[in-house]
Design a binder for this molecule. Sequence first.
Ligand code: HEC
Ligand code: HEC
Length: 318
Amino acid sequence: MVRKVLRFAAWSAGGLVTFALVAVVAGIIAFEHGVSQTYNVAGVDVVVPTDSATIVEGQRLYTIRGCADCHASDLGGKKVMDAGFLVGTFSGVNISGGEGSRTASFMPRDFDRAIRHGIGPDGMPLVIMPSKDYSGMSDEELGKIIAYITSQPQVSRTMPRPSMGPLMKTLYAFGKLDNLIHAEIVDHAKRAPRESPKDVAQLGKYIAETCTGCHMPDLAGGPIPGMPPEFPPAADIRPTGRMASYSPEAFAAMLKTGRTPEGKNINPEFMPWTAFSAMTSEEVDALYAYLAKKPAVASKQLNNSSTSSLDWHYSPEY
Ligand code: HEC
Ligand code: HEC
């Protein structure tokens, strides 16, 4: 009897190990297949202004879009996650054009391909780079961000490209991690708007795209795919969720100081409010109006508006 039980236990353990091995091998194969695809996306040579006001604005956009959180404020890149061999490690790579960077010879269309499509200069997909969140970025905003990137001093620093462990690859193979290779989830045929929205209603939805990578496209929050277990789930930021506790003032204060209405300090490593503190009050008002489904506090038409038409349409969709 004991022998039988032992034999059964050994058999089950063997089965589990075999299952785990098969899963890992499937993960590695699926991932290698994913990263070896070539994408034929032309990219747009957006206009890149060179005046100093644009460069200053480009730096602000680089900050509020969270680029600095991965590529560092000097553009030289930095280590973002080191979760060991099983999970993996990744850094934002050097995008300053200096030694250790691939961007020195980038044309605007190469930046477009990397930023809005998640595709590297060789046509191969980038790993982790959250291009889905940026795929709706306007040509105007992209041009300003490129203006900032290409006007800064070159930094020589070699940051390794992302290295995903067997656990990540396995999750990816089983469809639990579709934000690992954004080139797979971006609609490459969809043309991004030429200009950033000038109307409050459109601007709120436009900015909220920066939040959807963590808070999910429906803004309902939950565990952030690919993050280690000690990472808290993203809050539900629908009008019926956390937003119900926020007045416009409390929301603006949270984005500036990281303090919740109840006086809790939010850890910027989890929720990157330090990046959002560079938002203008118009942007914060528009974002609040969109998230809380409340009328914006600011005037309906923003003061920096131009008269050109937009090809971007506001459609509330919860
Ligand atoms: C969550 C971290 C993260 C954020 C946020 C992020 N990036 Fe990246 N980015 C990466 C990683 C990682 C790579 C390299 C991927 C690879 O080589 O497979 C990358 C690659 C790039 C590349 C291509 C570099 C090359 O060598 O091919 C450019 C350009 C770039 N990012 C610009 C930006 C800009 C601009 C923003 C903000 C709008 C941004 N990134 C936000 C992580 C990030
Ligand atoms: C890198 C991931 C990430 C991004 C990007 C992000 N958030 Fe969060 N956010 C989180 C996490 C994680 C939490 C939960 C933090 C906690 O529980 O300590 C959170 C919490 C919140 C909360 C609730 C705070 C409270 O009162 O407890 C609000 C509101 C919020 N985020 C708004 C936003 C908005 C607006 C954006 C976009 C402009 C955004 N977040 C972008 C990860 C993110």
